[in-house]
Every structure is written in structure tokens, then in C-alpha cells.
Design a protein around this ligand. Structure first.
Ligand code: ATP
Ligand code: MG
Length: 422
């Protein structure tokens, strides 16, 4: 017997209702905010991520699933995140020539070679958005507002953390101060962070190790080093969030893992699950489009971890805080005895389905008793029991399974009409 690959998840029918519900909320909210869906490949040339995410990031250095094209032996990767691929597509298809801002969203699977644990899998689903061509802090605010709206509609309580990591004008000063600080405590840092000190010291602030976290506690803060423009941008963003009644905390430790972020970075954190508590992360990436060969077009977006959101919902349900939606049950189950009744059941079930009504009948040649048991198990709302007598008379009794008193004689030829009106 085969087992699924390590770090992957089977999403079974019982759980799928939750996913469909969540995706419906996302699509509706995204459409209301003017975002169109884009579907791009689940793998790209590795260069897209090396350039677009950053060669020094954990994602590129440790977490990519690499494959080689059999023909010309080109290196490709399963997509570890959404932004780089979307930017590649925007550039390749010239979408930047359309009316700006260009607003795109995607939902789909992503792949990272990570140590599997609760909330961290090797294949996981994300909902992500990218908004191109708007410099204003109101663009940052409206992207954050979409994430916040979706999370609250799905039923997730989360805290929004925001920060500004400056731009290429002011970040060098900050970087220097940060290097000086960490240099003085270099010997205490973990191996990865000693390496990060050389390649990308900002990322030390993101390290999950306890000791690095405690050292980072007193590190210089990005917001104390912002240039005037970045400072104004951040102040305006905060004002806009307040205007929209979106609560936030300024958290100077948020720097985000990807190389391309400038100015605004943010995360939504839920305390209903354990260590992997970040359910959404994003930021502004003004240099990325040109980095991937496109025009000088700014952008801002986020990635929301849907696999983690499902965990949050299940955790809330097990604490009795919410009830989760269940799969729909049939409006009618037609139980039948004998060939003629069986044929009528099959025909009428199909008639109802063509009218868009969920109906079922026996496909397993079960006894009448077993059929009734099955109808009860699948939660059928009404049951029609048919034998030769009913067929000869052309009438049968329609039973409401939730109300024993509610029984009515109906003409068989009117079954579909009656059920449609119920
Ligand atoms: P983390 O700090 O948890 O590793 P990240 O910074 O690597 O997150 P992003 O690249 O910002 O994550 O991805 C956006 C969201 O996707 C995360 O906030 C998280 O909810 C989800 N996510 C990321 N990696 C995984 C994974 N391996 N399994 C499940 N969900 C994930
Ligand atoms: Mg990660």
C-alpha cells in the first residue's frame, strides 16, 4: 500500500466544504475590491525565484523542489511562492500596459522543502494578491484591508502587525547599525545567522531560534532609521488603516523573509494555533518588476496560508467556539422496491438533478430497510417510498425526515414539481 509523500496532505471530502466555503469568501471579497484571478504555472525556470525571491533567502537556499527538463536539462522549480511567478507573467504578457493599478489574485498549491510539522507542510495552499502601479500608502492600506476582510469573514481572529523596512535610500544606514549591533554579539548567534550577518543581516530579526530572538530583542529598529519619504509613507499608512477602522500594532521585528520588500511589511497572526501562527504575510516590492526584466513598476501584495487557516478553524471548532459548515444533504431520497419503482426512482432523480436539485436513489440494490437507513445516514430531507402498489396507484407518501407528523400523499407524476416548490 502506498502512502502520500512526506509533508503532503490529503484534503478529504469531509473537509472540502470548509475549503469551498473559504474560497467562495475569498473570490467574492477579491472581486469586490477589483482584483481579477490569474492562473500561472505551478513550476517556473529556477531563475524566476532566484532573481525574484532572492538567492540568499531560506526559500531559495533550502526550500525549493528542483526538477530538470528532460530535453535540454534546464533547471526548474515547483513554485515556492506566488509573487515572482505573477511578476514574470505580468512582464511576459505586457499586462503593465493595461489601466493601472493592475490588481491580480491567485489561489493554489505551493511547494517548499521544509521539515513537516503542524501548520508547515511541503505542499500547502495560498491565496495571494498583487497590486501593481500604485505608490500611494492608500494602496498598501487597501491591500491590507482585503486580507483583513477575508480573514474576518472566514471567522479568523488575528492581529495585524505592520512595520516599515525603509527603501534603498535609508536601508543602508539601518543595515550598518544592525551589523554593528549583531557583530558585537556574533559569537552567540546560531550558525545560519552568523552567515546571514554577511549576506542579509535583516533576516536575523526573522530567525526562529530562541537565542537569536532574544538577541534581536534589543537590536536597532528599522523605523528609527527611515528617511523622510519612508516616514511619511508609514505615517500615512497608519492614518489610512485608522480611517478604515483596521486595528494594527507596529512591530519593529517584522522584516519578512523575501529579498524584494521595501517600506511596508505586514503579518496577520492568529493565537488559535501553536508556533506556526502567521496566517498571512506581505509587503511592498517596488524593485521586483524591473528586476525580472519589466518596467519600473511598483507593487504590493500578500500571501495567505489557507492550509493554516483550516487548522485555525478546526482548532476553534474543537474549543466549541464555532460550528463548521457541513456538506449539503439531498432534498429527496427515493427508496424503491421492484424493477418498475427502481426505474421511476432513477428517472425522477435525474429530472430533479437537471433542475439543479440534489436528489438520490438506490444504486446498490439494497433492501427497503437498508435504503431507509442510508437515507437517514446521508441526511435526506424528504423520502419517497415506492413499491408496486404506489406505482399502480400513481401516488405515494412523501415523508419529512425531520418532522414525523409531516407526511403527504403526492401524485408521482408531480414529484419533481412538488420537490422544486418545497
Ligand atoms: P513562516 O514564517 O511560517 O515560515 P513564511 O514567511 O515562510 O512563513 P510566506 O512566504 O510569507 O511565509 O507565505 C505566506 C503564508 O503562507 C504564511 O504566512 C503561511 O501562512 C503560509 N505558509 C508558508 N509556508 C508554509 C508551509 N510550509 N506550510 C503551510 N503554510 C505555509
Ligand atoms: Mg517559511
Amino acid at each position: 500500500m502506498f502512502q502520500k509523500p512526506k509533508g503532503t496532505l490529503d484534503i478529504l471530502p469531509e473537509e472540502i466544504v470548509l475549503w469551498q466555503n473559504m474560497e467562495e469568501i475569498i473570490r467574492k471579497s477579491a472581486a469586490c475590491a477589483g482584483f481579477s484571478e490569474i492562473r500561472i504555472p505551478t513550476f517556473e525556470l529556477s531563475g524566476v525565484y532566484k532573481r525574484g525571491v532572492g538567492a540568499t533567502t531560506d526559500i531559495v537556499k533550502k526550500e525549493m523542489f528542483t526538477l530538470f527538463d528532460k530535453g535540454d536539462n534546464v533547471e526548474m522549480c515547483l513554485r515556492p511562492e506566488g509573487t515572482a511567478g505573477v511578476v514574470r507573467s505580468v512582464v511576459e504578457n505586457g499586462l503593465f500596459n493595461e489601466a493601472l493599478p493592475l490588481k491580480l489574485y491567485y489561489i493554489g498549491p505551493f511547494f517548499r522543502y521544509e521539515k513537516p510539522q503542524a501548520g508547515r507542510s511541503r505542499e500547502f495552499y495560498q491565496f495571494g494578491t498583487e497590486l501593481f502601479g500604485a505608490h500611494s500608502p492608500s494602496a498598501d492600506a487597501s491591500v491590507i484591508a482585503l486580507a483583513s476582510d477575508v480573514l474576518s469573514k472566514i471567522g479568523i481572529d488575528s492581529e495585524l502587525n505592520i512595520n516599515s523596512i525603509g527603501c534603498k535610500e535609508c536601508r543602508p544606514n539601518y543595515r550598518k547599525a544592525l551589523c554593528d549591533y549583531f557583530e558585537s554579539r556574533k559569537d552567540e548567534l546560531c550558525d545560519s545567522c552568523r552567515e546571514r550577518l554577511k549576506t542579509n543581516p535583516l533576516r536575523i530579526l526573522d530567525c526562529k531560534s530562541k537565542i537569536c530572538k532574544s538577541i534581536a530583542e534589543n537590536a536597532p529598529k528599522t523605523i528609527d532609521f527611515l528617511c523622510e519619504d519612508c516616514k511619511t509613507h508609514f505615517e500615512e499608512l497608519k492614518k489610512n488603516l485608522e480611517l478604515m477602522n483596521i486595528k494594527y500594532t507596529v512591530n519593529p521585528k517584522i522584516v519578512r523573509g523575501l529579498d524584494y520588500y521595501v517600506r511596508t511589511v505586514f503579518e496577520f497572526v492568529s493565537d488559535d494555533i501553536g508556533a506556526q501562527s502567521t496566517v498571512c504575510g506581505g509587503g511592498r516590492y517596488d524593485g521586483l518588476v524591473s528586476e525580472l526584466g519589466g518596467p519600473d513598476l511598483c507593487g504590493i501584495g500578500f500571501g495567505m496560508g489557507l492550509t493554516r487557516l483550516i487548522l485555525v478553524l478546526k482548532a476553534k471548532e474543537s474549543k466549541g467556539l464555532i460550528t463548521l459548515p457541513k456538506a449539503k444533504s439531498p432534498v429527496l431520497y427515493i427508496a424503491s422496491m421492484g424493477k418498475k419503482a427502481e426505474e421511476f426512482a432513477l428517472k425522477t432523480t435525474e429530472e430533479l438533478r437537471r433542475r439543479g436539485i440534489f436528489a438520490e436513489c438506490d444504486l446498490c440494490e439494497r433492501s427497503l430497510k437498508a435504503q431507509m437507513k442510508y437515507a437517514d445516514k446521508i441526511g435526506a430531507k424528504y423520502v419517497l417510498v415506492l413499491g408496486d402498489n404506489e406505482l399502480d396507484a400513481g401516488v405515494a407518501e412523501l415523508k419529512n425526515m425531520a418532522d414525523k407528523e409531516d407526511r403527504r400523499e403526492i401524485k408521482l407524476e408531480e414529484t419533481a414539481d412538488i420537490i422544486e416548490r418545497i
